[in-house]
Write a protein that binds this ligand. Structure first.
Ligand SMILES: C[S@@+](CC[C@H](N)C(=O)[O-])C[C@H]1O[C@@H](n2cnc3c(N)ncnc32)[C@H](O)[C@@H]1O
Length: 374
């Protein structure tokens, strides 16, 4: 049984706990910026393939008390690395956490790497090379308050990079955050979904992947565990085939996205094509001022520009007021969710929110505001 830790964005721990339970994980326990759980190899592969919220799934190898660099070296050397890594495989070490003595992540990573390759030299007279971009084995070392946890990173590249989105607009949401917002909203695929400020389409695309029961990991080139010594390719192939077979053929309700920029709409279309949902989803270029409700009811979702990443803009207040007016006048019968990282701007919407959910967009504290429009 593997002891695992799924890393997630701050604030999404409870939601990720539910997701992991639904995927069949055992002993699931919410932590800070992550969720601990247990499971066998099939579960590890399934979580990497299906989970929409985590960044990485770490598999714990060892933990030990660690006060300084010497403790770290000794602790790392108590692991028999030949079980996980041969000298002809490459490695990378990622360090996370806060520690009074070990406060330079680069130095800490170097110390870990040295402990591993020294052990290899002694045993085989040969050692692994470091490869930071696409290593065969990625090692995660978390040092926190005199405690060190050593794990293998089974995901490789962060899971939020689904692989369907080489093309992105000017301030795209991470795919995992978009999936989390949709989950938080309670949207059901039987309801129409519309994002009138969709950029490169992350929200409508994540909604369609969920509604069509498409596993988000199907678009990746590879998972970290595929270059592990114990990789079971037949098992992964079986899980991929099961995922392919469980896709739904049709959306129960339409999913739309629009944006005033023709360029980002072309990116959204290219992204939809990459994840095979272009026949199901509808994108068009349209200014917000021309937008009308495409149905009597549904869920409107958007993340308007808020100055942080798109540059300060004195007209943003007027833009938020326009958004509020359009929601009020043209979307009666709908529920709207607006993500904003700027409280002042949110107030310019001038509608009373029925719920506000605190979330982080990277390091930026944001709010997902819910408006019942009637
Ligand atoms: C923060 S971005 C949305 C990013 C998007 N959620 C994604 O993940 O790619 C805001 C979007 O609002 C669009 N926008 C700004 N003013 C607009 C307007 N008046 N009408 C329609 N779209 C507008 C921009 O083109 C931009 O793509």
């Amino acid at each position: 049984m593997n002891q695992c830790f799924a890393t997630v964005a701050r604030g999404l721990e409870a939601l990720a706990t539910q997701e992991l339970e639904q995927l069949g994980a055992n002993s699931v326990e919410s932590g800070f910026c992550g969720v601990a759980f247990e499971g066998d190899r099939a579960l590890l592969y399934r979580v990497n393939l299906w989970a929409r919220l985590p960044f990485r799934i770490l598999v714990k190898l060892h933990e030990f008390p660690c006060h300084d660099a010497e403790d770290l070296y000794r602790g790392i050397q108590t692991i028999d690395w030949s079980q996980y890594l041969t000298p002809d495989q490459t490695l990378a070490v990622n360090v996370t956490g806060k520690h009074e003595q070990l406060n330079h992540t680069h130095f800490t990573a170097l110390q870990v790497k040295n402990a591993i390759v020294d052990q290899q030299q002694e045993a085989f007279g040969d050692r692994s090379n470091v490869e930071t971009q696409a290593p065969d084995v990625r090692i995660n070392v978390h040092v926190d308050r005199d405690h060190c946890t050593v794990s293998l990173d089974s995901s490789g590249d962060s899971l939020h990079r689904r692989g369907y989105r080489p093309a992105v607009g000017s301030a795209p949401l991470k795919e995992s955050l978009a999936a989390a917002l949709i989950q938080l909203s309670g949207w059901q695929p039987e309801q129409m979904f519309y994002d009138p400020l969709c950029g490169s389409g992350t929200l409508p695309l994540e909604a369609s992947l969920k509604a069509l029961n498409i596993a988000p990991g199907l678009f990746r080139d590879r998972f970290g565990f595929e270059t592990w010594l114990d990789f079971d390719s037949a098992l992964l192939e079986q899980l991929i085939q099961e995922a392919e077979a469980s896709k739904r053929d049709l959306l129960p309700a339409p999913i739309w996205g629009s944006d005033r920029s023709e360029e980002v709409i072309q990116q959204a279309i290219a992204n939809a094509q990459r994840c095979g949902v272009l026949d199901h989803i509808w994108f068009s270029s349209m200014d917000l001022s021309d937008v009308v409700a495409p149905a009597d009811s549904g869920v409107l979702f958007c993340n308007p520009p808020y100055g942080e990443r798109l540059g300060r803009d004195s007209d943003l207040g007027a833009f938020y007021k326009l958004l509020g007016d359009i929601l009020k006048q043209r979307f009666k019968g709908w529920t709207a969710f607006v993500l904003s990282g700027n409280k002042e701007l949110s107030q310019s919407i001038r509608l009373k929110s029925s719920q506000r959910i605190a979330v982080y967009n990277g390091t930026l504290p944001c709010q997902l505001m819910k408006y019942e429009l009637y």
